[in-house]
Design a protein around this ligand. Structure first.
Ligand code: GAL
Length: 807
């Protein structure tokens, strides 16, 4: 047989195996992607769950999906400014599917990672239930309603109509992944394991695994429960097995204890992961296999010494992140999340606060794999509202279940080291806060005692803070008010403390106002108008802050000195959609990010890099295209050097060095076009050199893809940075040309953005205006195994083309 035919046969077998039902050949538990081929329509269609409902005119799409991001910005939108003026409303999803007739004896569940919000799921006309919370993961076991071997109809109503319901952009729809999980009647339950590591030494780690088993059959079952710990190379390092019995229609909890010899510890630099594979055998037949991630690490919060991981003192250098993925909206995509986390890692971030709600499975998994410490957060409101239609409406009926499900889903992630039961909760200001805090802490402790319970508080006067007075917090989180930190060790004697939220400074990437000295607070007094720029920009010199916050430098200088402080979470790592304070419409996304919404770092990113990493940094800014003789402030962030010398067109403008606790140096320079060059030196030896050139006439469109190839899986993404350069390749820092895109081959354009907070063009357009010289085009695999061509054109410039391979 020739090679070609063999390849075709192999491909055919692979295709066959990938259709629902054939993966059972390989393993007992079947987990299928259930995102494809859904129909969707905006509006309310109560008859959509019925079989004979005609959905012929419904759009066909692949989940995850967010309909808000596809809509137009509207000043009068019910979602208001907090959600970026994008639409919400009601939408329905519907899908027909078939399962093998031979699965009749199985247990089939559908798992939703997140639906915003108020979902109701129907299978073949039966309602499976509602779930108001838009951030919670949930599932339904629906075998008894399924027609095996025949067509089934699943329909999902999503009701995000009651607005406003959030203080930031939420998105609308089934915006996270959906899976179908098929097991035998006897199986490990949903989120059915819990692993802890009670003792860890250099020689040995003890590992305790709890397994929740479920027997949904009418018969008692005898089975073997076998769990193995595998190291990173899938080598078995420990194994425990036992023979068990479980009654018909019942649940059973089993505990398995292991020892791992010479354990490799998980930490933020080397996040070593083991996994535990739990198998059920009925006679010789493997009937379930379930994986639990395992990271072996220990940590401690100390009232005087702050935080330590595996016995090593360190500061938690964190950022708060909201869940949106910029131009993709709330659509969750592992590649988008990874891009964000890579940028954070390179900046020196070692921790993420999941603001202010449960995040996706992908986010949690990547934090484990990439070495981020996680503050996992459940709520932004309890019983008392922040906005008219927020979660306070669901509190009474749902908070217990939501909190439990959140902990059960996330408690096996080694990255999680704090449970936050709430952000800036209103009940901290009145005595009702005491009972609720105790209730929530108790729920958390009933499911996990290995991590401290915390809450992000604003009030640091003991008598006024009832959440604190409950005595139920293990770790005190304080938001802002950095000037007060120095008093905390005496005020909160013996208490463990973290700056759960800090900074809230404002910046627009690539925009500079002079002079750069002097700090401006917004608003100077509460509710006073912001004396800002007519184009809704804010200078990127880290000198504009919210009145409750601090500049990045003010905050870090303070935190750095407080040994008792476990660390800080900066508000925020990235700009996010919504909360565009301090400006009104048309501003529609936030100014707080260290990185803009498109993923371009603002200058202060390099301040952190110079402080939070050991790699040599020399970053000078602003750009070098100004008016002749204009006074321009030039700032430098640097490390690993004693001084920096600045040159303009070869002439030295002097050497400077940071004094005392300075975090940057600066020069005031009369602008002349040419080359600005900085050299950092240590003991007289050059460490780094940086040059910025005045850019001339536009010559060419420059396209840079963040990957050379992507997978043809309909999910993978490539981010292409677009700019215009002069003949010498210098980026034009003020270019604002409209760039048109055309994509052909194995990809499609799924989002564009330039990071400008007041840009009202659609994130879904086929064009994007450069903002301060840059924009991004996001291209996704469309499933074809053809290379992708992205063409970019504007005005008279030659059309630019970039090719990305598809694997
Ligand atoms: C905090 C709040 C955040 C965000 C931030 C903006 O008080 O916790 O969610 O609103 O202010 O500065």
């Amino acid at each position: 047989m020739n090679k070609n035919i063999l390849q075709k046969i192999a491909l055919a077998i692979l295709l066959l195996l990938s259709t629902i039902g054939f993966s059972q050949v390989k393993q007992a538990r079947i987990v299928e992607d259930f995102n494809k081929n859904w129909n969707f329509k905006l509006g309310d269609y109560p008859l959509a769950p019925q079989k004979d409902f005609n959905a012929a005119d419904w759009r066909v799409l692949q989940l995850p999906h967010d309909w808000s991001i596809e809509g137009a910005f509207d000043k009068d939108s019910k979602t208001k400014q907090a959600q970026g003026f994008l639409p919400a409303g009601i939408g329905w999803y519907r899908k027909t599917f078939k399962l093998l007739a031979s699965w009749k004896s199985k247990n089939v569940s559908v798992e939703f990672d997140g639906v915003f919000k108020n979902s109701e799921v129907f299978i073949n006309g039966h309602s499976l239930g509602i779930r108001p919370n838009g951030y919670i993961s949930f599932s339904y076991e629906f075998s008894k309603y399924l027609n095996f071997g025949q067509e089934n109809i699943i329909a999902v109503k999503v009701d995000n109509d009651a607005q406003p319901n959030s203080r930031w952009y939420t998105g609308s729809g089934i915006y996270r992944n959906v899976r179908l999980v098929v097991t035998e009647k006897l199986h490990v339950d949903e989120w059915g394991t819990f692993v802890i590591t009670p003792e860890i030494s250099k020689e040995k780690a003890s590992v305790r695994l709890e397994v929740d088993l479920k027997n949904a059959s009418e018969n008692e079952k005898e089975f073997r429960l076998v769990s193995s710990i595998l190291d990173k190379n899938n080598k078995e390092v420990a194994k425990v097995e036992s023979t068990e019995k479980i009654a018909a229609n019942s649940s059973l909890k089993k505990v398995q204890n292991f020892n791992v010899k010479n354990p490799k510890l998980w930490n933020t630099e080397n996040p070593y992961l083991y996994k535990i594979v739990t198998k059920i055998y009925e006679k010789a037949q493997l009937t379930d296999n379930y994986e639990t991630p395992l990271g072996i690490r220990y940590f401690n919060f100390d009232a005087e010494k702050g935080f330590s991981l595996n016995g090593k003192p360190m500061k938690i250098l964190g950022v708060c992140l909201h869940h949106d993925n910029g131009a993709l909206g709330a659509v969750e995509n592992i590649h988008a999340v990874k891009r964000k986390l890579v940028l954070m890692k390179e900046m020196g971030v070692n921790a993420i606060r999941m603001s202010h709600n449960p995040h996706s499975l992908e986010m949690m998994q990547l934090c484990d794999e990439m070495g981020f410490i996680v503050q996992d957060e459940a709520f932004d409101v309890w019983k008392k509202k922040k906005v008219t239609n927020d979660y306070h409406k669901d509190w009474d009926a749902w908070h217990k279940k939501d909190l439990k499900d959140f902990i059960r889903r996330d408690r096996n992630h080694p990255s999680v080291m704090m449970w936050s039961i709430g952000n800036e909760i209103r009940e901290q200001f009145d005595s009702t806060g005491i009972a609720i805090t105790r209730e929530l802490a108790k729920i958390v402790k009933s499911l996990d005692t290995t991590r401290p319970v915390t809450s992000a508080l604003t009030e640091n006067i003991i008598e006024k803070n009832f959440i604190y007075q409950s005595g139920a917090l293990d770790l005190l989180g304080f938001n802002y008010k950095h000037e007060d930190y120095k008093d905390f060790p005496t005020r909160f004697k013996g208490q463990k403390i973290i700056a759960s939220e800090s900074v809230s400074a404002l910046e627009t990437r690539g925009h500079y106002d002079f002079p750069s000295d002097g700090i401006k607070a917004w608003p100077p007094k509460h509710n006073a108008p912001f004396d800002g720029n007519a184009d809704w920009t804010v200078s990127a010199f880290d000198n504009v802050k919210s009145y409750w916050g601090a500049t990045h430098e003010e905050n870090w200088k303070t935190i750095k000195k407080q040994d008792f402080m476990a660390g800080t979470f900066i508000w925020t790592g990235f700009d996010y959609i919504g909360e565009p304070d301090p400006y009104p419409y048309p501003a529609r996304s936030s100014y707080f990010g260290i990185v803009d919404l498109a993923g371009f770092p603002k200058d202060v990113y390099y301040m952190y890099q110079s402080e939070w990493t050991t790699k040599p940094v020399l970053h000078i800014f602003p750009h070098w295209n100004w008016k002749k003789d204009q006074e321009v402030d030039v700032w430098a962030y640097y490390n690993n050097a004693d001084e920096v010398e600045l040159f303009l067109n070869g002439k030295s403008l002097g050497k400077k060095a940071k004094q005392n606790d300075d975090l940057h140096i600066s020069w005031r320079v009369k602008f002349e076009p040419g080359t600005l060059k900085a050299i950092s030196r240590k003991n007289g030896k050059v460490v780094l050199e940086k040059e910025i050139h005045t850019a001339g006439e536009a010559f060419k469109i420059d396209l840079k893809a963040d990957k050379k190839e992507i997978k043809n899986d309909t999910y993978d993404l490539v981010y292409v940075t677009v700019s215009i350069t002069d003949k010498e390749g210098n980026l034009l820092p003020n270019a604002n040309d409209l760039i048109n895109f055309e994509v052909s081959g194995g990809g499609k354009l799924v989002g564009v953005d330039n990071g400008y907070q007041a840009n009202l063009d659609s994130f879904k357009a086929n064009s994007c205006k450069l903002f301060n010289g840059k924009c991004i085009a996001i291209v996704q695999s469309n499933g074809k195994k053809e290379s992708i061509q992205l063409k970019a054109s504007t005005g008279n410039l030659q059309v630019a083309l970039i090719e990305v391979e598809v694997q």
